[in-house]
Design a protein around this ligand. Structure first.
Ligand SMILES: [Zn+2]
Length: 124
């Protein structure tokens, strides 16, 4: 995360407004990771046992981590993969935008105080 370069209050406000205007829609956001896997089946004579490249699939699922280290996985239908990929991408964009807006808000806070950002010697 890069910190805002300007200390100009009006410039920071403009930057923040631009950032807010660019926030992607969050209707479809998905927090998780998309995982692709290939399967070796139960039939011992099957081609998938001869060569790992001939395994069945690909199949897809998303994994989602929760507090306490718990992780859930959800199997996906082939037709759902593209939407899940978009949702994960939207989540990342949204998260990065929130981080940038937060940095701008801190810079705005500091610029509004006359820019005492160094933290040494001066009191608010
Ligand atoms: Zn097989």
């Amino acid at each position: 995360m890069t910190r805002p370069k300007t200390r100009n209050l009006a410039g920071l406000h403009r930057q923040r407004n631009r950032e807010i205007a660019r926030i992607p829609g969050w209707v479809d956001v998905i927090r998780g990771s998309l995982v692709r896997y290939l399967l070796t089946c139960g039939k011992t004579g099957c081609r998938c046992h001869r060569d790992p490249r001939l395994r069945h699939g690909p199949y897809w699922y998303i994994t989602v981590s929760y507090e306490g280290g718990k992780q859930m996985r959800y199997l996906l239908a082939a037709g759902e993969v593209a939407d899940v990929r978009k949702g994960i991408s939207a989540y990342r964009k949204l998260w990065r935008a929130l981080c940038r807006i937060s940095e701008l808000n801190i810079a705005i806070l500091k610029a509004g105080r006359g820019g005492e950002a160094k933290g040494h010697g001066r009191r608010p």
